[in-house]
Design a protein around this ligand. Structure first.
Ligand code: NDP
Ligand code: OXD
Length: 314
């Protein structure tokens, strides 16, 4: 059994060590090594990998994305016709739900005003409202969106979701497709984006969409929270909407360019809550086990789980 690790932007050695400790008999090769034996590769393991690499592996059985998102693989024009698998793992889901819940609560409880008041030794009596007065809308009701929706609904928020297909989820209003997007936006005070990046979702978070969000919530203007992908947001439109009051605030974990340039106006913007693409880290302890379990099941003759639909791109 041989894996080819093609990992950009992360510490490849951490993945190498974990795969070797969980499956000592496995052969691990690293993309970029001078003595690569591509004909021996059974499975590719990728994050921001080198385009064209997997096309040169004649015996490849599948490619695993190291994250939930597979846009990095879809960008490879020479991706071979083998199953592409994405990560669905309770550890990653839990991390995303923590991040989304944190961001929603930071806005809901006006934490940045309280931080300012604390620094000014100001015992400020801010108006308070409860979660059931706030409407959260989640773009994307997949593995991540559904879990966040569930936790936020249990906190008392009025939660709705938007996806391609209609869902039957107790306690959640489901909107589907382009025809129902405007109605979903019109009832949303805090918009969370957990969509995959596909040709259909590029630039979806734009000024036109922001202007359709509800303006009757307790915060006075809507909030956006994006942990999907930077390519879904038109960054000039976010700045314009924050500056002219169309948006109250934005929490952003993902950006068009990552790492974010040091001169980006987002860093110092008073209405921006920024995190450096860490909403839900892919941790080697959990992801390596997940991938090795999938491989073992496949080698026993079971079908792969979480296979990407190459027609929709997610
Ligand atoms: P899933 O594939 O499980 O869910 C995707 C959801 O988006 C589905 O509900 C799907 O609808 C919906 N969707 C896709 N395209 C459209 C569209 N054109 N219109 C309406 N709805 C659409 O993905 P996950 O929940 O696992 O992950 C979502 C994304 O989160 C990843 O692709 C990645 O970009 C991002 N992510 C970010 C991380 C971070 O740290 N910032 C970490 C992990 C993931 P339907 O249900 O009908 O198919
Ligand atoms: C992912 C990510 O897609 O970390 O898992 O962005």
């Amino acid at each position: 059994m041989s894996l080819l690790l093609s990992i950009g932007g992360w510490d490849i050695d951490a993945w190498d060590r974990r795969f070797k400790s969980f499956a000592p008999g496995i052969r691990i090769q690293h993309a970029g090594a001078s003595d690569l034996d591509l004909s021996a590769v059974d499975y590719g393991v990728a994050w921001q990998s080198e385009p064209g690499l997997f096309a040169r592996c004649p015996n490849l059985k599948a490619v695993f994305s190291l994250g939930a998102g597979v846009d990095h693989l879809m960008r490879d024009p020479d991706l071979p016709d083998v199953p592409v698998l994405r990560i669905v793992d309770p550890n990653l889901t839990m991390r995303m739900t923590e991040w989304v819940t944190l961001q929603v609560l930071l806005h809901h409880r006006q934490q940045s005003l309280l931080d300012q008041a604390q620094r000014a030794a100001d015992w400020r009596d801010l108006p308070q409202w409860s979660a059931d007065e706030v409407r959260v809308g989640i773009l994307g009701l997949g593995n991540l969106g559904r879990d966040s929706a569930d936790v936020l609904a249990r906190l008392g928020f009025q939660v709705a979701g938007w996806s391609r297909s209609k869902k039957q989820i107790p306690g959640l209003d489901s909107f589907a497709g382009a025809d129902e997007l405007d109605a979903f936006l019109a009832r949303t005070d805090i918009l969370v984006c957990l969509l995959p990046l596909t040709p259909e979702t590029v630039g979806i978070l734009n000024y036109d969409l922001f202007s359709k969000l509800a303006r009757t919530g307790p915060l006075g203007a809507p909030v956006i929270i994006n942990a999907g992908r930077g390519g879904q947001q038109v960054e000039a439109d976010i700045l314009r909407a924050l500056d002219d009051g169309t948006l109250h605030a934005a929490s952003l974990d993902v950006f068009n360019q990552e790492p974010l340039a040091s001169d980006s106006p987002f860093w110092a913007h008073p209405k921006v809550y920024l995190t450096p693409h860490l909403a839900a880290e892919s941790h080697p302890d959990h992801m390596c086990r997940n991938i090795l379990d999938q491989i073992a099941a496949y080698e026993r003759g079971e079908p792969f789980k979480n296979r990407v639909d190459m027609t929709t791109g997610y």
